[in-house]
Design a binder for this molecule. Structure first.
Ligand SMILES: [Mn+2]
Length: 489
């Protein structure tokens, strides 16, 4: 049972909201306040709740929750004191006043409510929403301008040639796009659709990693290769998940106006007519989801799955730069996404070539000093197989550092991994091959040019293998005589 004390303006509001939760008893000293209550709605008692007798009449010992809500501070405190001696099991909620922060000091109350401050917080929340609404009005304006431009050019009969736009907007992704870029583009496309503007999504580089390919295939994301795109065939250009020309296709016309820029990276060099860069967000997908929510667009299962996977992968499972906003948005998306599809994206079937490279990496491995695995896998088509193989070999018992290398497009590619904290692979790969990376993972790419005169494949293989191996070992401070007595298992 809920016992509500005080049935003024505030008490009435609370009772109205709480009436479905449990049986209610109301006490107020003023008989008039109950006039509007139709008979039997609530059990109500007219009396001074500062009197023990009145509280007993209200069966206070049976109350699970007690709300003290009169507008008289001293009376509220007195009631709270009385209650403590007769029902110490109830959850007690009292009305507080900011001017007297110590009003309930020494008493066992569970929660002090400040009605005005709560309302003020709601107002702040609404102000934030109004800021977002303003942003979306600005974005809408950009979209309407592009639509007008499109209509003007296309309705002008003398200009028929200029009219062959592919779509209103081209949404550009950074090189080798990641899940965040792709999901954000899908969300922006959804918003543009809602506003009657068509769009195409273009990427540069390639869709690497089996997970990313699985995401594209399973979610049916339509992407164009930037090499097949004529930017002049779009009224507006949008960029998501990147604000720096360095990460975009190098040949794009930098003098072209960028209309929409949505990102969460610092230190970008791209200016746009509409730009929203929120560096506190763990993923651009988080920002785009707040747009969808504000616009009342509920993402369908595919879009929700893409956005969720984007946040999870960009924040490395909420371990990297994840903000409160990312958690809130992810939990919203979790209710809408397709968990089966997500699982398939996270555990894609491995490509045959990747598997071949893994097999070669295992069988060709040389173990140096008991814990370093070096493996040459020969010619490869997909370079992403190398880091996979480097990760994979690191799982072998006793192995602390792995180097996998192979040849692709006239370059030798090396991928290295370590769980040995004393080794700084980024520095090591830089010193040995001008490569780079982090302490635990690094890579390098060396032109094959120096071996070009070698026509015999077997000799080339041997030369590359020896040269790379010796360079790695000498940079690690291991010399040939030390390693020569190691077996290649
Ligand atoms: Mn991102």
């Amino acid at each position: 049972m809920i016992l509500a004390i005080g049935y003024g303006a505030f008490g009435r509001k609370v009772v109205n909201c709480a009436k479905k939760l449990d049986k209610l008893t109301i006490i107020d000293i003023n008989e008039d306040v109950f006039e509007s209550l139709s008979n039997g709605t609530f059990n109500h008692i007219v009396g001074d709740a500062g009197q023990l007798e009145v509280l007993q009449r209200a069966k206070i010992t049976e109350a699970d929750t007690i709300l003290i809500m009169t507008n008289n501070n001293e009376l509220n405190r007195k009631i709270a004191e009385l209650i403590q001696s007769i029902n110490d099991r109830a959850y007690v909620i009292v009305r507080g006043i900011v001017k007297y922060p110590e009003l309930y000091e020494g008493l066992n109350v569970d929660k002090v409510i400040y009605p005005l401050e709560s309302a003020a917080k709601d107002v702040v929340h609404e102000i934030q929403k109004s800021k977002l609404r303003r942003k979306l009005l600005d974005l809408r304006k950009i979209v309407e301008d592009a639509k007008t431009k499109y209509n003007n050019l296309c309705s002008d009969e003398n200009n028929l040639d200029d009219c062959c736009f592919d779509a209103h907007f081209l949404i550009m992704l950074h090189n080798n796009p990641d899940p965040d870029a792709m999901a954000s583009a899908m969300a922006l496309k959804t918003i543009l659709d809602r506003w009657g503007a068509s769009s195409k999504i273009a990427y540069a580089g390639k869709i690497g990693y089996d997970e990313n390919k699985a995401m594209v295939n399973l979610l049916g994301i339509k992407l164009k290769n930037i090499l097949e795109v004529d930017m002049n065939k779009y009224c507006g250009i949008a960029i998501v998940d990147s604000s720096s020309y360095n990460s975009l296709y190098s040949e794009i016309d930098r003098s072209r106006d960028i209309d929409i820029l949505l990102d969460h990276h610092k230190d970008g060099d791209i200016a746009a007519n509409y730009s929203d860069i929120q560096t506190e967000a763990g993923a651009t997908a988080t920002i785009l989801t707040t747009y969808l929510i504000q616009l009342g667009i509920e993402p369908d299962r595919h879009l929700a799955t893409a956005l969720y996977y984007a946040i999870v992968s960009d924040t490395n499972n909420f371990k990297r730069n994840a903000s409160k906003m990312d958690f809130e948005i992810a939990s919203y998306l979790q209710g809408l996404m397709d968990t089966k599809v997500l699982e398939m994206i996270e555990n894609p079937e491995m490509e045959t070539e990747t598997m071949d490279v893994l097999a070669k990496a295992i069988s060709n491995r040389k173990i140096i000093k008991g814990n370093i695995a070096l493996s040459y896998v020969g010619n490869i088509k997909n370079r992403d197989a190398l880091p996979r193989a480097a990760d994979f070999l690191l799982k072998m018992e006793g192995i602390y550092t792995t180097y996998i290398f192979g040849i692709s497009d006239d370059n030798i590619h090396i991928s290295a991994r370590t769980k040995d904290l004393r080794v700084d692979l980024g520095a090591l790969m830089n010193e040995a091959f001008m490569g780079g990376g982090h302490q635990a993972s690094a890579a390098a790419c060396i032109p094959l040019g120096i071996f070009e005169s070698v026509s015999d494949k077997v000799s080339l293989r041997q030369l590359v293998e020896e040269a790379i191996q010796n360079k790695i070992l000498s940079t690690m401070g291991i010399y040939e005589d030390e390693s020569s007595n190691n077996t290649s298992e």
